[in-house]
Ligand binder design. Sequence first.
Ligand code: NAD
Length: 280
Amino acid sequence: MTTTPQVPEIQLNSGYLIPQLGFGVFKVDPDETERIVSEALEAGYRHIDTAKVYGNEEGVGRAIAKSGIPRDELFITTKLWNTEQGVDGAQGAIADSLERLGLDYVDLYLIHWPAPQRGTYVDTWLSMERVAASGLARSIGVSNFLEEHLDAVLEAGSVVPAVNQIELHPLFQQRALREYGESRGVKTEVWGPLGQGKYDLNELPVLTELADRYGKSVQQVVIRWHLQEGVIVFPKSATPERIRSNIDVFDFELTAEDMAAIAAIDANRRIGTHPLEGNW
Ligand code: NAD
């Protein structure tokens, strides 16, 4: 086992700590998940972000079991899919996810999308609160929620979501939504932190100049930028060398000028589904 890198932790409003840098498994082939998550654990990641809809919770669970890492040193997130929403939705869904993961509890359980057309996300949030009360999820939160969706659960519920997991990368920095949630006690988790490879980070001179200056890759610069922004981030890679390099970001620091230069390239360019437009 390599030495575990010093990943900072952030305190959620539930009181629990979350490692600020983790490993995401969206689009990781279920047949490869055990091997790839094992690579990530070996590289020092202790925070894994999965979801029912990724179809790979079993592989995540097998990698955890095989690792021998004490459960309390790991932070595991999964998410409830839209078809599982409803008044008792979270209670049934968490039981199924825990069985697939082979765990007694998850550290964080999220509503994956508000899917407002269904009209069920507020009822689902109340069901999530019962899951948290039962101890099957230590913290609960949401994903892809806009301001109006946050308002609705804050109004109806008695638990403030611990996080809102949203698309966020150099060309789509989401400062208004971040600020809206954070001012209400909701931490920001980011998905697509590297732009999902949908645009070439190497074509952004601000990033290539910083990468050259610090002797790092553009991906490492972007991950470092997320960490210094204070958000929670879990890049995905299926390549062992990239898995290791994405956590090798604790030997350099961006200056305030570097941070400002990256802030300035925001282009409000969404690459994923708009929360109001998903066909669910
Ligand atoms: P990402 O921005 O992490 O991009 C992943 C892609 O970037 C990889 O497939 C690879 O092509 C490339 N990449 C990664 N490391 C690299 C490196 N070192 N060098 C070169 N290329 C590299 O996108 P993501 O996987 O979509 O997002 C991260 C995690 O966020 C997911 O795995 C998942 O856990 C979560 N997520 C959540 C939602 C949601 O709706 N809540 C949606 C998408 C993703």
